[in-house]
Each structure stands twice: as structure tokens, then as C-alpha cells.
Design a protein around this ligand. Structure first.
Ligand code: F6P
Length: 326
């Protein structure tokens, strides 16, 4: 039997649609199993500054459909110091918190791993980021909603692209990963995706112009992953203007609207399953793992594995995009 009686829950790093569904699931599954729940506001910062309240089932009513996070979120520099983490540990223990569920991305799970090792404290992670860049899970919470948002935006931009016969570069988020750009391009029927994962092998822009654009096409949409490696949409557009003056080029940077909105059914279900699995993991005395879902099965991924390994891009997706954009 697990010794854990009270769990804390927090969201950290960039918000992602579905975080609220995850908070609801963790809270309700914990209470269902006889555990007490404490909501920690503003991520690790709230753990240091003692922004912690008791959570009951009604605290998480009517939130499954809402974007953002009711617990608020932050990127906390102080938690990166041993002094900050000591404060956080003291506050957690003063509330009788025996384990913490962290919903966040790469940086948040790195913080969880360090904290867990330093204090021998059980931490369970849920992958909450639109970037889909965590190894060991097919999808992260928020990714599907962001992908749908990108698709809808690209559909709208296509109206202008075709009417004016223009080449549009649409920049999407993803930090260092190209999942949103690549799958967004397939979903929107775009001509190409410029992603950091393949730019070392070819000059993607030259490849795109020389092989990608057929003369029969008078307009084109290219999705570009934000990254110094790709040069971003602005950088690429400038290059096209300089090197291929015949094209009428425009840029659209989607920005933070990709992080907002009501989560899709897929994200709500993913978050609900992962939240419930986090409590199963705690009761099973698992610690320092991220919950993943691979091939529809719940998996426990050690933090080190989830963070350190680069999640590979499926080459079949690239090939599909190339084939379909002729
Ligand atoms: O990790 C999520 C994400 O939206 C990235 O795609 C992006 O690079 C970053 O966060 C932006 O962070 P911020 O909202 O702090 O500017």
C-alpha cells in the first residue's frame, strides 16, 4: 500500500489546451481513491510563495471545455536554484503534500526530476505542451488542439493566397520541434513544411522552389517552424524576395493564438486518461515518471528518457507531404 495521502497538483511553463481537463482528472481520480488534493497556483513559483488551496471535486467543475489553466502557470527562475527548491520543499511538507503531479513541458519536467532526486520526493509528470516534443508519448496534451487551430488559420489564409496568387509563409510554434509545422502542413494541404529536424541535410528553401512549386500552381502555402535553424518565416520570405523576385510573397506569424481555445475531444480524452493514470502510478508507488500514451496504451516514461531523447519525426509523414504537394 502506498504511504501517500495528499497530493499537490500544478501546471508549469507554457499553457496548453487540455491542461484543465488534466487538472480535473487528477483531482477527481485522487479523491475517488481516497486521497486529499491541494491545488498549487502559478506553477513552481506558487510552491515557493505558498499559493496553495484545498481542492475538492467542485473546484474542477465546468473546466473540461476551457483552454488555459485555472491553476495559472509561470516559468520560475527561482526553482532553478537549490535555495528556491528548498523553500518549495518546506512549503510542500508544511501542507502535508506527499507527492506532486506536474503538468507541463520539457523545462517543467526537468525541474520535477531535479526536485524529486534532491529530496527523494515522488513527482509524476503529465506531458502538457502544444509542441509535442516529449519522448515516450505519441501526443502531448494541447498538441491536437493547436494543430486544429493551425489548420483552420491556414484554410483562411488559403483564400487570400489563391485570390491574389501569392506565396504565403505561415510561421507556427513548436520551439525546436517541427511536429506542428509538418502535420499542420499535411492537414492544411500546404505545399511544404520547413522544419528544424531536416534542415541540416538540404537547403529546404532551394529544394522547395526548384522541386516543390509546379508552374501549374499560382499560389502556395508553406508552413515554417519557428526556430533559428529554419530562419523563421520572415527570414525565408526575405530570401525568396531576394533570390526569386518573381514571387509575390507574404508572411503570417500565428503566434500565441495557437495556445488558446477550447480543447478538442482528442485532447480532453488524452488529458483525462493521463490524469487518471497519474493517480494509478502514485498508488502503484511509481515515482519520477512521465505518463505517456503509446499505441493507445498507458506507459510510464522515466523523466530522464522523456526529456533527454529527441522525439523523432516520422519520415513517412515527410514523404506523404512531398507526394501530395505536386
Ligand atoms: O512550449 C510552448 C511554446 O508555445 C513554444 O512553442 C514557444 O516557443 C514558447 O512556448 C513561447 O513561450 P512564451 O509564451 O513564454 O513566449
Amino acid at each position: 500500500m502506498s504511504e501517500i495521502k495528499t497530493i499537490g497538483i500544478l501546471t508549469s511553463g507554457g499553457d496548453a489546451p487540455g491542461m484543465n481537463a488534466a487538472i480535473r482528472s487528477v483531482t477527481r481520480a485522487a479523491i475517488f481513491n481516497g486521497l486529499k488534493v491541494k491545488g498549487i497556483y502559478r506553477g513552481y513559483r506558487g510552491l515557493i510563495t505558498n499559493e496553495i488551496v484545498d481542492f475538492h471535486t467542485e473546484n474542477v467543475s465546468n473546466i473540461i471545455q476551457r483552454g488555459g489553466t485555472i491553476l495559472k502557470t509561470a516559468r520560475c527562475k527561482e526553482f532553478q536554484t537549490p535555495e528556491g527548491r528548498q523553500l518549495a520543499y518546506d512549503v510542500a511538507r508544511s501542507h502535508g503534500i506527499d507527492a506532486i503531479v506536474v503538468i507541463g513541458g520539457d523545462g517543467s519536467l526537468t525541474g520535477a526530476r531535479i526536485f524529486a532526486n534532491e529530496f527523494d520526493f515522488p513527482m509524476i509528470g503529465l506531458p502538457g505542451t502544444i509542441d509535442n516534443d516529449l519522448y515516450g508519448t505519441d501526443a502531448t496534451i494541447g498538441y491536437d488542439t493547436a494543430l486544429n487551430t493551425i489548420m483552420e488559420c491556414a484554410d483562411k489564409i488559403r483564400d487570400t493566397a489563391t485570390s491574389h496568387e501569392r506565396l504565403f509563409f505561415i510561421e507556427v510554434m513548436g520551439r525546436d520541434a517541427g511536429f506542428l509545422a509538418l502535420n499542420g502542413a499535411i492537414a492544411a494541404g500546404a505545399e511544404a513544411a520547413i522544419i528544424p529536424e531536416i534542415s541540416t541535410q538540404v537547403d529546404q528553401l532551394a529544394d522547395l522552389i526548384q522541386n516543390g512549386f509546379r508552374k501549374s500552381k499560382s499560389s502556395s502555402i508553406v508552413l515554417v517552424a519557428e526556430s533559428p535553424v529554419t530562419g523563421g518565416a520572415m527570414g525565408l520570405a526575405q530570401r525568396v524576395k531576394n533570390e526569386y523576385p518573381g514571387y509575390d510573397v507574404r508572411v503570417s506569424i500565428l503566434g500565441h493564438l495557437q495556445r488558446g481555445g477550447s480543447p478538442t475531444a482528442k485532447d480532453r480524452i488524452l488529458a483525462s486518461r493521463m490524469g487518471s493514470a497519474a493517480i494509478d502510478a502514485i498508488l502503484d508507488d511509481q515515482r519520477n515518471v512521465m505518463i505517456g500514451i503509446k499505441n493507445d496504451e498507458i506507459t510510464y516514461v522515466p523523466f530522464t528518457k522523456a526529456i533527454k531523447n529527441d522525439k523523432p519525426i516520422n519520415p513517412e509523414l515527410l514523404a506523404t507531404l512531398r507526394k501530395l504537394s505536386i
